[in-house]
Ligand binder design. Structure first.
Ligand SMILES: Nc1ncnc2c1ncn2[C@@H]1O[C@H](COP(=O)(O)OP(=O)(O)OP(=O)(O)O)[C@@H](O)[C@H]1O
Ligand SMILES: Cc1cn([C@H]2C[C@H](O)[C@@H](COP(=O)(O)O)O2)c(=O)[nH]c1=O
Length: 205
């Protein structure tokens, strides 16, 4: 089974991914808990070029293009799918990913790129059984990430996060595997909502 957790920055993805992994492990499943950008060389390059907003992201005096950004995330994902996600699913493990290609659609679309191009670019990515969209108002997201040193250039741009949230909600009309969960609830209530959705999917297996 392949479960993805999505949402804007600070929505609670990592928190819920860890709780869901523990829930599966307590029931005897072997779990692969992963994330995008990954910790591989590709993910490290993305964090260096794209996410820190630092000088490394400046090539010929300008930030790398949004197209190059999208291609970098897709390259990281191609390796992630080929080397970890697909083999783990085929081995009967539970794969839980904190972010996946839906992040590329929501964020790079918000950066002005064409949605159909982004969908085509990520067509290689195996579709999950379930995508949990943790839906959070941007005002709350900003509160949760304000304490951080700037980690990514996307973090602190409320306008961008608003567009990303709208994009995620639009994507739920196109991708039936996406399920919206209210991220303003308590950690425990969100976890219980996610477990209910997972149990429903397990019944189909
Ligand atoms: N339901 C919740 N209510 C209040 N605070 C929460 C909730 N879930 C997580 N948090 C807090 O919000 C912050 C962000 O949580 P977390 O790192 O899980 O989010 P994230 O979506 O993975 O963030 P990012 O995408 O920026 O890495 C943390 O300080 C976490 O403790
Ligand atoms: C996979 C993916 C991610 N992003 C953006 C979204 C976030 O702002 C950062 C990752 O930060 P996190 O705290 O590690 O979640 O990268 C993106 O723009 N496109 C993508 O495909």
């Amino acid at each position: 089974m392949f479960v993805v957790i999505e949402g804007i920055d600070g929505a609670g993805k990592s928190t819920q991914a860890k709780l869901l992994a523990k829930w599966f492990e307590e029931r005897g499943y072997e779990v692969v808990l992963t994330k995008e950008p990954t910790d591989t060389a590709f993910g490290k390059l993305i964090r260096k070029l794209v996410l820190t907003g630092g000088k490394e992201g400046i090539i010929d005096g300008a930030r790398i293009s949004h197209e190059a950004e999208a291609l970098l995330f897709a390259a990281d994902r191609a390796e992630h799918v080929a080397k970890l996600i697909k083999p783990s699913i085929e081995a009967g493990k539970i794969v839980i990913s904190d972010r996946y290609f839906y992040s590329s659609l929501a964020y790079q679309w918000a950066r002005g790129l064409d949605l159909e191009w982004l969908i085509d670019l990520n067509r290689f990515a195996v579709r999950p059984d379930l995508v949990i969209l943790l839906d959070l108002p941007v005002k709350e997201s900003m509160k949760r990430i304000n304490g951080r040193s700037i980690k990514t250039e996307f973090d602190k741009i409320a306008e961008l996060q608003k567009k990303v949230r709208e994009n995620y909600l639009k994507l739920t009309e196109r991708f039936p595997e996406m399920r919206i969960v209210n991220a303003l609830a308590s950690v425990e209530d969100i976890h219980n909502d996610i477990v209910a959705l997972v149990e429903h999917e397990l019944l189909k297996k």
